[in-house]
Design a protein. Sequence first.
Lengths: 248, 248
Amino acid sequence: MMLQTSRLSMDQCKTCPIGASAICARCDSAEMRTLESVKFYRRFQAGQTIVYAGDRMDFVASIVSGVATLNLNMEDGRRQMVGLLLPADFIGRPGRTVAAFDLMATTDMLMCCFRRKPFEDLLLAMPHLNQRLLEMTLDELDAARDWMLLLGRKTAREKVATLLIMVMRRTTTRSPEPPGDLQDFEVPLSRVEMADFLGMTEETVSRQMSSLRRDGVIGLSGIRRVQVADLPQLVEVAGDDADGGLVA
Amino acid sequence: MMLQTSRLSMDQCKTCPIGASAICARCDSAEMRTLESVKFYRRFQAGQTIVYAGDRMDFVASIVSGVATLNLNMEDGRRQMVGLLLPADFIGRPGRTVAAFDLMATTDMLMCCFRRKPFEDLLLAMPHLNQRLLEMTLDELDAARDWMLLLGRKTAREKVATLLIMVMRRTTTRSPEPPGDLQDFEVPLSRVEMADFLGMTEETVSRQMSSLRRDGVIGLSGIRRVQVADLPQLVEVAGDDADGGLVA
DNA sequence: CGGCTGGTTGAAGGATCTCAAGCGTTGTGG
DNA sequence: CCACAACGCTTGAGATCCTTCAACCAGCCG
């Protein structure tokens, strides 16, 4: 397990699929070479917990491929997802040695890692790195705020619709013109994970998915594959939080 | 109204009450002089909306005194608070010309402002400023994530207890040794604002406050003043999200 | 085949919301 | 100076949405 099959082809930052939007997006070629010399790859399997809250965390990383989640737990087992991390997203917090959240791989993952301390030094030495990390963190904060509206004020049906739209937007390859209403995509989360994202139970998630299917808003095939049959209605159902980036 | 009575004494950054933890905390004295020369103060009254989501926003600012909130609205009037901003907190997003959230003053406020464009230039020129803003943004993101757990998974009673602890911790002057259980502080939010913070109705907030009082966990005097009668129990009730900074 | 996992569906219960009335304080105008 | 309207808060009663608990179903793998 954890064989690194494609090590060689990955070692070149030039060919990195997330280069344009990753932490290194603003770096010039000299800076890239510096980063390239200290980076290393790690793979994780679907379902694996990468670190638990409270564990020591000695690296930071960018997601090259796959999906990870950040989760907070209460003693009695209640769990809330607080981060959904897709390719190019950054993992870890400079200046913090101990993880604040559980970090888990929900699919097989490849991560581009840096040991924490050297990375922190680079952060001080390379304004481009600092600027890009700031920008990414501000984006995440905006996303967290939209998410808070969902958690605090939306109904179960609105929550599910919003999640589907979000996954669709962040997941489907942005074709120049959207192919009408019939997007087909895979939700990289189990029902339980969707429930943890949305702050509800898996049963309610399941019911709302079925309800949206019955109403002709979406289609379901396989277990995680969704077709948007009526995008305008899906957006309508989502409640359109003051066009918080979802409508675009 | 909006008389600036203490302008002269405020013009000196040296005497600024939030200097230690504001955006300028890491700047050296040369950098401080630069900032000082372009900063300006603005006052706002309690209840005033500073900007609406979608409005042009041509400045960024630090809160010198008072309390502001960021809010998201849905078309049908549902509202969720997504930011609670206290002295030293930073307002506005570099690189964004249009506000993403409603920004309102819940108390009388004094803000230390910079025009956006010059500030963005300074951000590029002063790594210290960039580093500090990154640090503050990361802190806010952590806080947003704790908040998401509250919104998604906590009961009404837990929500109220958590808010009280949070306000107590961020509001009371950190005396060297905490004076036993009997903290007395003011919640700078109306019941409606508390409800918007917690993702519930004002009636439920009110009921839970009364319930906590009946159970001897807190005392209430005036309308916004709270005495913590039994801190351990209050922390217990709050559900103590994996000691997410609340216990400490 | 049989157990296991993840997902769906049903029925009942409960936490929170909604709607409504009541209360105390504040400010205002007669 | 009092009456009264306005506002913010509290309390009550009924309705509702979501959860809980349980059964069931489909696919997968030993």
